[in-house]
Design a protein around this ligand. Structure first.
Ligand SMILES: Cc1ncc(COP(=O)(O)O)c(C=O)c1O
Length: 398
C-alpha cells in the first residue's frame, strides 16, 4: 500500500538543462526532409561530391591489411603528419605533436571550452554565431560578452577592444574568420592582424573555428589567424566539409602541453576518435587525391555561390542586403527591418515549398536578438536551377 504521506519521487534534472533551447536547425531538418521541398536551409555538403569510391577503397584496404585498425589505439602519427602538410598549404607551420585529433570540429569546440573555462567565467563571442558553439556553452553557462560583426570585414575589433578596455576578461574569444557560419563573411587580413595583436596584449586565447578554410573561391587564399600567431590561437579544423561529415574527424592545432590535457578531457567523453577512421582517412590522403577533391569542391561551390548571388540580384527588392562570400557555404540576407523571417519561413514552406534558416536561429541571446529580419541561405547542396527557383519564390513573398 502506498504511504500517502510520502510524495511520489520526481525526476530532477541538472539546473543547466532548463536552459536547453529547442534546436531550430534540428526542427528544420524534419521540414526539409518532406518530399518536394527545395531547401537552401541545411549546412550540408553535397553528397554527390563525397569521394565515396576512393574512401571505400582506402577503408577496405586498411581493414584487410591491419586488423589492429579495429582496436583501441593512440592517435595515428601518419594522420597527424598529413594534417601538418594540410596546415602548411594554409600557411601554418606546426608539428605532429601539436595536432590533437578529435571526433569532428564540434568535439574540438567542446574540449577547448572545457579546458579554458572556469565556472562563472566569461566568453567573448559574436552576437550572430554558429549555433553548435552556443550549444557547447549552454552546459558551461559562462557570462557571454557579445561582439558585433560587420558584413564586409567580419568581427568588430573595436567593439572587442572596447570591452577588454572596460575590464572584460574572457577565458577565450571564439570566432569563424573564414566563410563565417552563418554570415558568410571572411575577416579581412587587416582585422586578423589587429585581432591577434589584441589577443596577445590582453592574454585572451582565440579559438579559430575553420571548417571552411579550404573552401575559398576567389583571390589570394587568406591565411588563418594561427599563421599569424602560435601563442594565443587555438586552431580547429575538420574533414567534414572537404571529405564527409560522417567521418566525424577533426583536429586542433595547440601547444603540446595543452594536447596532454586535452587528451584527458577527451578520454572522459569518448576515449578516442575511431582508430579505423583515422587509418582510412590517412590511407585516402596517402593516395594524393585530396588536392583534386578540394579543387572539385571549390569549382562546384563557386558556380553555386555565383548562381545564388545572381538570383538575389535579379529577384530581391531594392532594400534587401546580403553578403558576398568568398569562402564557405552561406549567404546572409537582411530584409527590411520590419520583416519576421520565422513567419516568412512558414509561408515559404506552405505556399512555395521552399526552406531557409531564419536568422534568429543563430542569435546568441534569446530567439532573435536583432536577426529577426535576417535569413541564412546555403548554396552548397542545390543546383543553380534549384537556387534560382528558391530565391524567386522567397522574393515573391516579400
Ligand atoms: C562553424 C562550424 N564549426 C563546427 C562545425 C562542426 O563540424 P564537424 O562536422 O567537424 O563537427 C560546423 C558544422 O557545420 C560549423 O559550421
Amino acid at each position: 500500500m502506498n504511504n500517502l504521506l510520502t510524495p511520489e519521487p520526481t525526476l530532477v534534472l541538472a539546473e543547466w538543462t532548463h536552459h536547453i533551447r529547442r534546436s531550430a536547425l534540428r526542427q528544420l531538418v524534419a521540414v526539409v526532409a518532406q518530399p518536394g521541398i527545395t531547401s537552401l536551409a541545411g549546412g550540408l555538403p553535397d553528397p554527390a561530391l563525397f569521394p565515396a569510391a576512393e574512401y571505400a577503397a582506402a577503408l577496405s584496404e586498411v581493414i584487410a591489411r591491419d586488423p589492429q585498425s579495429l582496436q583501441y589505439r593512440p592517435p595515428l602519427r601518419r594522420l597527424q603528419e598529413h594534417i601538418v602538410d594540410m596546415m602548411a598549404i594554409r600557411g601554418v607551420r606546426c608539428a605532429p605533436e601539436e595536432i590533437f585529433i578529435t571526433t569532428g570540429a564540434q568535439q574540438a569546440l567542446q574540449v577547448l571550452a572545457q579546458l579554458l573555462l572556469d565556472p562563472g567565467g566569461q566568453v567573448m563571442i559574436e552576437k550572430t554565431i554558429y549555433s553548435g558553439m552556443r550549444q557547447v556553452l549552454t552546459s558551461l553557462n559562462p557570462q557571454l560578452i557579445g561582439v558585433d560583426s560587420d558584413l564586409r570585414e567580419g568581427l568588430d575589433i573595436e567593439g572587442a577592444a572596447a570591452a577588454l578596455t572596460a575590464g572584460a576578461r574572457p577565458a577565450f574569444l571564439y570566432t569563424i574568420p573564414t566563410g563565417h557560419n552563418p554570415l558568410g563573411v571572411t575577416m579581412s587580413a587587416e582585422r586578423r592582424r589587429r585581432l591577434v595583436a589584441l589577443a596577445g596584449a590582453y592574454g585572451v586565447p582565440l579559438i579559430e573555428d575553420d571548417p571552411y578554410g579550404f573552401l575559398q573561391y576567389d583571390g589570394e587564399p587568406i591565411r588563418p589567424l594561427r599563421a599569424l600567431d602560435d601563442a594565443w590561437v587555438l586552431y580547429v579544423g575538420s574533414f567534414s566539409k572537404i571529405l564527409a561529415p560522417a567521418l566525424r574527424l577533426g583536429w586542433i592545432v595547440a601547444p603540446p602541453v595543452l594536447v596532454e590535457k586535452l587528451t584527458v578531457i577527451k578520454e572522459s567523453i569518448d576515449l578516442e576518435t575511431s582508430a579505423l577512421t583515422q587509418r582510412a582517412v590517412a590511407a585516402y590522403l596517402d593516395t594524393g587525391h585530396l588536392p583534386q577533391q578540394i579543387a572539385r569542391l571549390q569549382d562546384t561551390y563557386r558556380l553555386r555561390r555565383d548562381a545564388l548571388l545572381g538570383a538575389l540580384a535579379r529577384h530581391m527588392p531594392a532594400d534587401v542586403r546580403w553578403t558576398r562570400p568568398d569562402a564557405g557555404m552561406f549567404v546572409w540576407v537582411e530584409l527590411d527591418a520590419s520583416a519576421d523571417t520565422w513567419l516568412l519561413l512558414d509561408r515559404a514552406v506552405a505556399e512555395k515549398q521552399v526552406a531557409f534558416v531564419p536568422g534568429g536561429a543563430f542569435a546568441l541571446h534569446g530567439e532573435d536578438n536583432g536577426a529577426r529580419n535576417c535569413l541564412r541561405l546555403s548554396f552548397a547542396s542545390s543546383t543553380p536551377e534549384q537556387i534560382e527557383h528558391a530565391v524567386a519564390a522567397i522574393a515573391s513573398l516579400l
